[in-house]
Design a protein around this ligand. Structure first.
Ligand code: UDP
Ligand code: MG
Length: 312
């Protein structure tokens, strides 16, 4: 079993792979305990697969997983996690923007007692308006909402202890939230500045269009972290609030009739009462459905609703 598994998602990076492999190997050779490099070819349509094949023919530590189509970076990372055999899993981009020479620093920080060490592209070499500014806002928002404070969620260069990503299933484009999701396992997280380089070969696969996806994913992550085992507490709360306002509104309609002689059927508050009543009941029902689904979710996966760190 190697000490380190390096996982690299690859989507149309033909010109970068040889250089990346050489740089990466140079660094990994100096580390003790053995290593493996897992390239996950996410349905590339260029010659990436041929390049990866020739690399793996030369080096037994290189494994290549090829998807039949482009499933996205999240799926590529998930496939890498599930194939990896190392104790420490290091993820990095396949476009040479991350610098393999940072890996020893990540591992050193990990030795200080962290389960996840994340890279922080302090001097990021990407376009300002389409990448740096939106990502700055996104990082602030994600940190604030999830409570896991990081400067750079988007940096793929990260090192995970195997336990840190245990039980975490990745969907959609959730790789961006891995530290927040992993925090559910009760792990310790650190962040260190890493080198970042401009992209020379190939094109970026992401643009501004990811903004709305990030916000929606953030809602999901927040819900999973806070309420996945108690959905009724979220939906029920709003249901109660709605019912209370419905009650107040209903009383007002009756009071207006009794004391002011206002027609009940012509009173807009009557309709508000009905609306809030229905909405309130719906919310509570959704909470109950959520409770059922939460049980199915946890029990079908034989997933505990907690993670034990240590037993003495
Ligand atoms: N990638 C992938 N599947 C995709 C999109 C990207 O495997 O659908 C890989 C890509 O090859 C690269 C990494 O994910 O190794 C990061 O992509 P990119 O450099 O385009 O993102 P950026 O650095 O511009 O945020
Ligand atoms: Mg890149």
């Amino acid at each position: 079993m190697p000490a380190i598994s390096c996982i690299v998602p690859v989507y149309n990076e033909e010109k970068n792979l040889e250089i990346l492999y050489a740089e990466l190997k140079e660094v990994l050779k100096t580390l003790t305990g053995g290593h493996e490099i897992i390239f996950v070819n996410d349905g590339s349509t260029d010659t990436s697969q041929e390049v990866l094949k020739s690399i793996s023919a030369k080096d037994r530590d290189v494994k290549v997983i090829r998807f039949g189509r482009n499933y996205g970076q999240t799926a590529a990372l998930a496939a890498g996690f599930s194939k990896a055999e190392g104790e420490v899993l290091v993820t990095m981009d396949g476009d040479l923007q991350n610098d393999p020479r940072d890996i020893p620093n990540l591992l050193k920080k990990m030795k200080e007692g962290y389960d996840l060490v994340s890279g922080w592209r302090k001097k990021r070499k990407d376009p300002l308006f389409t990448k740096n500014i939106p990502s700055h806002i996104a990082n602030g928002l994600i940190s604030f909402i999830t409570g896991v404070r990081l400067h750079d969620y988007g940096c793929t260069l990260k090192a995970y202890k195997r336990e840190a990503v245990k039980n975490i299933n990745l969907y959609g484009e959730m790789h961006r939230f891995l530290p927040a999701l992993a925090s559910w396992n009760g792990i310790t997280i650190a962040e260190i500045p890493v080198n970042h380089r401009a992209r020379i070969h190939g094109k970026t696969k992401y643009g501004l269009s990811r903004t709305s996806k990030v916000i929606l994913d953030l809602v999901t992550v927040k819900f999973l972290l806070s309420f996945s085992t108690k959905p009724i507490q979220l939906f029920g709360l709003w249901g109660f609030i709605s019912l209370i306002f419905s009650f107040i509104s209903g009383i007002s309609v009756i009071a207006m009739k009794l004391f002011k002689g206002e027609d009940m059927t012509g009173n807009p508050f009557l309709y508000l009462t009905i609306l809030l009543l229905v909405v309130g009941i719906q919310f509570i029902m959704m909470g109950l459905l959520g409770e059922m689904m939460s049980r199915i979710y946890h029990e079908s996966r034989k997933n505990p609703t907690y993670i034990i760190k240590e037993q003495i």
